[in-house]
Design a protein around this ligand. Structure first.
Ligand SMILES: C[S@@+](CC[C@H](N)C(=O)[O-])C[C@H]1O[C@@H](n2cnc3c(N)ncnc32)[C@H](O)[C@@H]1O
Length: 253
Protein backbone atom coordinates (compact mmCIF):
# COMPACT_ATOMS: atom_id res chain seq x y z
CA UNK A 1 0.00 0.00 0.00
CA UNK A 2 1.22 3.51 -0.82
CA UNK A 3 0.51 6.21 1.72
CA UNK A 4 0.18 9.77 0.47
CA UNK A 5 3.49 11.56 0.86
CA UNK A 6 6.03 13.57 -1.12
CA UNK A 7 7.80 12.02 -4.08
CA UNK A 8 11.02 10.34 -2.98
CA UNK A 9 13.30 11.33 -5.84
CA UNK A 10 16.07 9.17 -4.39
CA UNK A 11 13.95 6.14 -5.33
CA UNK A 12 12.07 6.97 -8.51
CA UNK A 13 14.72 8.04 -11.01
CA UNK A 14 14.09 5.21 -13.51
CA UNK A 15 10.25 5.46 -13.70
CA UNK A 16 10.47 9.25 -13.64
CA UNK A 17 12.89 9.19 -16.57
CA UNK A 18 10.62 6.80 -18.49
CA UNK A 19 7.59 9.00 -17.86
CA UNK A 20 9.39 12.12 -19.00
CA UNK A 21 10.76 10.40 -22.08
CA UNK A 22 7.19 9.89 -23.29
CA UNK A 23 6.73 13.61 -23.43
CA UNK A 24 9.01 14.36 -26.41
CA UNK A 25 6.30 16.41 -28.19
CA UNK A 26 6.25 18.72 -25.21
CA UNK A 27 9.74 20.00 -25.98
CA UNK A 28 8.81 21.65 -29.27
CA UNK A 29 6.03 23.60 -27.55
CA UNK A 30 8.43 24.89 -24.89
CA UNK A 31 11.12 25.75 -27.39
CA UNK A 32 8.60 28.11 -29.00
CA UNK A 33 7.43 29.47 -25.64
CA UNK A 34 10.90 30.39 -24.38
CA UNK A 35 12.27 31.83 -27.64
CA UNK A 36 10.97 35.42 -27.24
CA UNK A 37 12.61 35.62 -23.79
CA UNK A 38 16.08 34.38 -24.66
CA UNK A 39 18.59 36.81 -26.04
CA UNK A 40 21.29 35.13 -28.10
CA UNK A 41 22.84 38.46 -29.12
CA UNK A 42 25.76 38.38 -26.69
CA UNK A 43 28.98 37.06 -28.17
CA UNK A 44 29.41 34.33 -25.56
CA UNK A 45 27.61 31.01 -25.37
CA UNK A 46 24.33 31.18 -23.52
CA UNK A 47 24.68 30.09 -19.90
CA UNK A 48 21.69 28.22 -18.47
CA UNK A 49 20.99 26.96 -14.98
CA UNK A 50 18.47 24.10 -15.03
CA UNK A 51 17.35 24.03 -11.40
CA UNK A 52 15.75 20.81 -10.18
CA UNK A 53 16.91 19.26 -13.43
CA UNK A 54 15.83 15.72 -12.52
CA UNK A 55 16.54 13.24 -15.31
CA UNK A 56 17.76 16.04 -17.55
CA UNK A 57 15.11 16.22 -20.24
CA UNK A 58 15.27 20.02 -20.39
CA UNK A 59 19.02 20.32 -19.72
CA UNK A 60 19.48 18.28 -22.88
CA UNK A 61 16.95 20.43 -24.71
CA UNK A 62 18.62 23.74 -23.78
CA UNK A 63 21.99 22.42 -24.98
CA UNK A 64 20.39 21.35 -28.26
CA UNK A 65 18.28 24.48 -28.81
CA UNK A 66 20.98 27.07 -28.14
CA UNK A 67 24.28 25.18 -27.92
CA UNK A 68 24.13 26.47 -24.34
CA UNK A 69 26.45 25.77 -21.44
CA UNK A 70 24.01 24.15 -19.03
CA UNK A 71 24.56 23.55 -15.36
CA UNK A 72 21.92 21.06 -14.23
CA UNK A 73 21.46 21.16 -10.46
CA UNK A 74 19.43 18.70 -8.41
CA UNK A 75 19.65 17.42 -4.81
CA UNK A 76 18.69 13.85 -5.82
CA UNK A 77 21.87 12.27 -7.14
CA UNK A 78 20.03 9.19 -8.51
CA UNK A 79 18.02 11.57 -10.73
CA UNK A 80 21.26 13.07 -12.07
CA UNK A 81 22.71 9.58 -12.54
CA UNK A 82 19.65 8.67 -14.59
CA UNK A 83 20.13 11.88 -16.63
CA UNK A 84 23.68 10.78 -17.33
CA UNK A 85 22.63 7.21 -18.20
CA UNK A 86 20.18 8.59 -20.76
CA UNK A 87 22.96 10.51 -22.46
CA UNK A 88 23.84 14.19 -22.32
CA UNK A 89 25.01 16.63 -24.91
CA UNK A 90 28.37 18.37 -24.68
CA UNK A 91 27.99 21.48 -22.60
CA UNK A 92 25.75 19.94 -19.91
CA UNK A 93 27.24 19.68 -16.44
CA UNK A 94 25.41 17.76 -13.69
CA UNK A 95 25.89 19.12 -10.18
CA UNK A 96 24.38 18.00 -6.87
CA UNK A 97 22.82 20.90 -4.99
CA UNK A 98 19.60 22.61 -4.05
CA UNK A 99 17.89 25.92 -4.74
CA UNK A 100 18.45 27.32 -1.27
CA UNK A 101 22.25 27.09 -1.68
CA UNK A 102 23.19 26.98 -5.32
CA UNK A 103 26.60 25.61 -6.26
CA UNK A 104 26.97 28.33 -8.90
CA UNK A 105 29.01 31.54 -8.78
CA UNK A 106 27.50 35.04 -8.80
CA UNK A 107 26.16 36.44 -12.09
CA UNK A 108 27.14 33.30 -13.98
CA UNK A 109 24.05 32.50 -16.09
CA UNK A 110 21.78 34.22 -18.60
CA UNK A 111 18.78 31.98 -18.02
CA UNK A 112 17.56 30.16 -14.93
CA UNK A 113 15.06 27.47 -15.95
CA UNK A 114 12.90 25.86 -13.26
CA UNK A 115 10.64 23.13 -14.60
CA UNK A 116 8.10 21.54 -12.25
CA UNK A 117 10.49 22.06 -9.36
CA UNK A 118 9.52 25.41 -7.80
CA UNK A 119 6.99 23.71 -5.51
CA UNK A 120 9.78 21.56 -4.07
CA UNK A 121 11.81 24.50 -2.81
CA UNK A 122 11.21 24.39 0.93
CA UNK A 123 12.34 27.97 1.56
CA UNK A 124 11.19 29.82 -1.54
CA UNK A 125 12.59 33.18 -0.38
CA UNK A 126 16.04 31.63 0.01
CA UNK A 127 15.76 29.90 -3.37
CA UNK A 128 14.61 33.13 -5.04
CA UNK A 129 17.54 35.07 -3.55
CA UNK A 130 19.94 32.43 -4.83
CA UNK A 131 18.41 32.50 -8.30
CA UNK A 132 18.81 36.30 -8.31
CA UNK A 133 22.43 35.98 -7.21
CA UNK A 134 23.49 33.62 -10.01
CA UNK A 135 21.71 35.47 -12.84
CA UNK A 136 23.42 38.19 -14.86
CA UNK A 137 21.79 41.64 -14.67
CA UNK A 138 20.01 41.15 -18.02
CA UNK A 139 19.12 37.53 -17.20
CA UNK A 140 15.72 35.88 -17.17
CA UNK A 141 14.11 33.45 -14.76
CA UNK A 142 11.76 31.10 -16.62
CA UNK A 143 9.43 28.93 -14.55
CA UNK A 144 7.41 26.07 -16.01
CA UNK A 145 4.99 24.38 -13.66
CA UNK A 146 1.75 24.16 -11.82
CA UNK A 147 0.38 26.38 -9.08
CA UNK A 148 -2.55 25.69 -6.80
CA UNK A 149 -4.63 28.23 -8.73
CA UNK A 150 -2.90 28.48 -12.11
CA UNK A 151 -2.40 25.83 -14.77
CA UNK A 152 -4.78 23.06 -15.83
CA UNK A 153 -4.30 19.31 -15.58
CA UNK A 154 -7.46 17.79 -17.00
CA UNK A 155 -6.72 14.24 -15.84
CA UNK A 156 -7.18 15.40 -12.23
CA UNK A 157 -10.90 15.25 -13.02
CA UNK A 158 -10.64 11.43 -12.84
CA UNK A 159 -10.14 11.85 -9.09
CA UNK A 160 -13.03 12.64 -6.78
CA UNK A 161 -10.85 14.98 -4.68
CA UNK A 162 -8.39 16.80 -7.00
CA UNK A 163 -8.02 19.77 -4.63
CA UNK A 164 -6.01 17.56 -2.31
CA UNK A 165 -3.21 17.30 -4.88
CA UNK A 166 -3.19 20.99 -5.73
CA UNK A 167 -2.64 21.90 -2.08
CA UNK A 168 0.97 20.81 -2.55
CA UNK A 169 1.65 23.75 -4.82
CA UNK A 170 2.01 27.42 -3.89
CA UNK A 171 -0.52 29.84 -5.33
CA UNK A 172 0.76 31.97 -8.19
CA UNK A 173 0.55 35.08 -5.99
CA UNK A 174 2.59 33.55 -3.18
CA UNK A 175 5.27 32.53 -5.69
CA UNK A 176 5.37 35.90 -7.46
CA UNK A 177 5.43 37.78 -4.14
CA UNK A 178 8.41 35.75 -2.98
CA UNK A 179 10.29 36.27 -6.26
CA UNK A 180 9.46 40.01 -6.24
CA UNK A 181 10.75 40.38 -2.68
CA UNK A 182 14.02 38.86 -3.82
CA UNK A 183 14.91 40.95 -6.83
CA UNK A 184 12.67 39.87 -9.71
CA UNK A 185 10.00 41.65 -11.75
CA UNK A 186 7.22 39.83 -13.55
CA UNK A 187 7.51 40.07 -17.34
CA UNK A 188 4.90 37.57 -18.50
CA UNK A 189 2.52 34.99 -17.13
CA UNK A 190 0.69 32.58 -19.40
CA UNK A 191 -0.64 29.06 -19.69
CA UNK A 192 1.17 26.91 -22.25
CA UNK A 193 -0.90 24.12 -23.79
CA UNK A 194 1.08 20.91 -24.13
CA UNK A 195 0.04 18.36 -26.77
CA UNK A 196 -3.08 16.58 -25.59
CA UNK A 197 -3.02 12.81 -25.20
CA UNK A 198 -5.71 10.16 -25.36
CA UNK A 199 -7.19 9.03 -22.05
CA UNK A 200 -5.73 5.55 -22.70
CA UNK A 201 -2.21 7.05 -22.96
CA UNK A 202 -2.78 9.11 -19.85
CA UNK A 203 -3.97 6.03 -17.93
CA UNK A 204 -0.75 4.19 -18.88
CA UNK A 205 1.28 7.22 -17.79
CA UNK A 206 -0.59 7.43 -14.47
CA UNK A 207 0.30 3.80 -13.72
CA UNK A 208 3.96 4.40 -14.57
CA UNK A 209 4.20 7.61 -12.56
CA UNK A 210 2.19 6.52 -9.49
CA UNK A 211 5.18 7.00 -7.15
CA UNK A 212 7.04 9.60 -9.18
CA UNK A 213 4.64 12.51 -9.57
CA UNK A 214 3.75 15.08 -6.92
CA UNK A 215 0.07 15.14 -7.87
CA UNK A 216 -0.26 11.35 -7.85
CA UNK A 217 1.50 10.73 -4.55
CA UNK A 218 -1.14 12.93 -2.90
CA UNK A 219 -3.72 10.17 -3.29
CA UNK A 220 -4.28 6.95 -1.37
CA UNK A 221 -4.19 3.63 -3.24
CA UNK A 222 -7.97 3.51 -3.05
CA UNK A 223 -8.37 6.97 -4.56
CA UNK A 224 -5.80 6.11 -7.23
CA UNK A 225 -7.55 2.84 -8.20
CA UNK A 226 -10.93 4.56 -8.39
CA UNK A 227 -9.49 7.23 -10.71
CA UNK A 228 -7.82 4.61 -12.94
CA UNK A 229 -11.10 2.73 -13.21
CA UNK A 230 -12.68 5.90 -14.61
CA UNK A 231 -9.75 6.58 -16.97
CA UNK A 232 -9.73 3.00 -18.25
CA UNK A 233 -13.44 2.81 -19.09
CA UNK A 234 -13.65 1.74 -22.76
CA UNK A 235 -15.82 4.72 -23.69
CA UNK A 236 -13.13 7.10 -22.38
CA UNK A 237 -10.15 5.58 -24.22
CA UNK A 238 -9.91 8.01 -27.13
CA UNK A 239 -11.07 11.11 -25.29
CA UNK A 240 -8.33 13.78 -25.42
CA UNK A 241 -6.85 15.05 -22.16
CA UNK A 242 -5.17 18.44 -22.05
CA UNK A 243 -2.47 19.85 -19.79
CA UNK A 244 -1.75 23.56 -19.70
CA UNK A 245 1.14 24.53 -17.48
CA UNK A 246 2.05 27.94 -16.14
CA UNK A 247 4.93 29.77 -17.77
CA UNK A 248 6.24 32.60 -15.61
CA UNK A 249 8.90 34.93 -16.98
CA UNK A 250 10.78 37.27 -14.65
CA UNK A 251 13.55 39.79 -15.17
CA UNK A 252 16.20 40.84 -12.71
CA UNK A 253 15.67 44.25 -11.07
C1 LIG B 1 9.18 16.97 -10.87
S1 LIG B 1 10.94 16.85 -10.88
C2 LIG B 1 11.33 17.92 -12.27
C3 LIG B 1 12.52 17.48 -13.04
C4 LIG B 1 12.80 18.26 -14.32
N1 LIG B 1 12.94 19.67 -14.09
C5 LIG B 1 11.72 18.02 -15.34
O1 LIG B 1 11.03 18.96 -15.76
O2 LIG B 1 11.58 16.85 -15.75
C6 LIG B 1 11.40 17.84 -9.51
C7 LIG B 1 12.89 17.83 -9.20
O3 LIG B 1 13.14 18.85 -8.21
C8 LIG B 1 14.17 18.37 -7.38
N2 LIG B 1 14.18 19.13 -6.11
C9 LIG B 1 13.61 18.79 -4.93
N3 LIG B 1 13.89 19.71 -3.98
C10 LIG B 1 14.67 20.65 -4.58
C11 LIG B 1 15.32 21.84 -4.12
N4 LIG B 1 15.18 22.25 -2.87
N5 LIG B 1 16.06 22.54 -4.99
C12 LIG B 1 16.19 22.13 -6.28
N6 LIG B 1 15.61 21.01 -6.77
C13 LIG B 1 14.85 20.28 -5.94
C14 LIG B 1 13.85 16.89 -7.22
O4 LIG B 1 14.97 16.15 -6.77
C15 LIG B 1 13.39 16.52 -8.62
O5 LIG B 1 14.43 15.99 -9.41
Amino acid sequence: MTLPGPVDYQQVARPYGDGRALAAGVLAIWRTAVAPHVSSERGNRLGVLDLGAGTGVFARAWAEWYGADVVAVDPALPMLAEASRRGLLAGVRLVGGRAERLPVRDAAVDVAWVSTALHHIGDLDAGAAELRRVLRPDGRLLVRGLFSDFGTVEWLAFFSNPGKALERYPSIQVAIDSLSRNGFALVALEEVAEPSRSTADVAAWLRRMRSADTLLTSFTDQEFSAALAVAERPENRERPVAVRLAFVVLSVV
